[in-house]
Design a protein around this ligand. Sequence first.
Ligand SMILES: [Zn+2]
Length: 58
Amino acid sequence: MSTHSDPTRAAVRCEGCGVILVAEITGDDSIRPLGTSEDCVCGDGSFVRLERPATVAH
Ligand SMILES: [Zn+2]
């Protein structure tokens, strides 16, 4: 199994059609949905992350 590239995956929701997808968050904090085009099936492409990376800020 390749562990060379391990992008952060998070659940995202499309603001256009409301579909919830799993996406990978790239190092540039770009959301690239998996299983559909980058612009979603509705062509909107505005995704909101539902889950935040497991970071602990204190
Ligand atoms: Zn959509």
